[in-house]
Design a protein around this ligand. Structure first.
Ligand code: KIV
Length: 261
């Protein structure tokens, strides 16, 4: 029987060069499916705002939204390590604000770790949380909570100066105590350099095959997204299948074929 995944499992997997599988999920049923499919880590991403709550970006997602969805995920699975995103505005003010909201998430949901976006400017907060026993996952590269600053969701690390900043940030985030680092939408060669430079696992999304783990958004993987990013792959088309099933049922109701008696 598979054991509960812990930080130690993730570090050991990196040493053994065993790729780990992360997937986003936002409710108990999805968490159960992911666990049964062998997913190692479930990330309750603030992408929930875009894929489930109908927002244009992740900015409107609240702490209460994250707590609701993360608690459901934790109830739905046993062995995956569960990571909850700190939503926009819940951690940028001060390390103390980040601690208070992280504690609230961990106590109310049973999640194993929190994730926050940002490089050097987040080091003090990562260090503050890590020193107090929290498992912190960093996130650099394309950081969707900064969409208004960048004005787009394009690949980061396109200039050599930006690539050096990202490498420096990655090393500093590890030194500050993070236990894993998400690399979103950066050149594969840069992700490979960062992965080589770090002892903690890197988790790639649009960052090439050299990362220690890969993560995808549930809706992209299953063909439920309206716009799938170029680096993702839909392994099935649940959106079309669900639409066809609903249309068939509706037709049966209208033609008196359902229920059958
Ligand atoms: O919110 C999210 O789903 C994420 C992943 C894209 C890494 O942060």
């Amino acid at each position: 029987m598979k054991k509960k995944i812990t930080t130690a499992t993730l570090l050991a997997a990196k040493k053994q060069q065993k790729p780990m599988v992360w997937l986003t999920a936002y409710d108990a049923g999805a968490a159960r499916i992911a666990e049964n499919a062998g997913v190692d880590v479930i990330l309750v991403g603030d992408s929930v705002g875009m894929v489930n709550l109908g927002y244009d970006n992740t900015i409107p997602v609240t702490l209460d939204d994250m707590i609701l969805h993360t608690a459901a995920v934790v109830r739905g699975c046993n062995t995956p390590w569960v990571v909850c995103d700190l939503p926009f505005g819940s951690y940028q003010q001060s390390p103390e604000q980040a601690l208070q909201n992280s504690v609230s998430i961990l106590q109310k949901t049973g999640a194993d770790a929190i994730k926050l976006e940002g490089g050097k400017h987040m080091l003090e907060t990562i260090s503050f949380l890590s020193a107090r026993g929290l498992a912190v996952v960093g996130h650099i590269g394309l950081t969707p909570q900064s969409v208004h600053q960048f004005g787009n969701y394009k690949q980061r690390g396109q200039s050599s100066c930006e690539r050096q900043t990202l490498l420096d940030d990655a090393v500093a985030i590890q030194q500050a105590g993070a236990v894993a680092l998400v690399l979103e939408c950066i050149p594969a060669a840069l992700a490979a350099t960062i992965t080589e430079a770090l002892d903690i696992p890197t988790v790639g999304i649009g960052a090439g095959k050299s990362c220690d783990a890969q993560v995808l958004v549930w809706h992209d993987l299953l063909g439920l997204s309206e716009n799938i990013p170029p680096f993702a792959k839909a392994y099935t088309n649940l959106g079309e299948q669900a639409g066809a099933a609903i249309a068939q049922w509706a037709q049966d109701v209208r033609e008196g074929k359902f229920p059958t008696s």
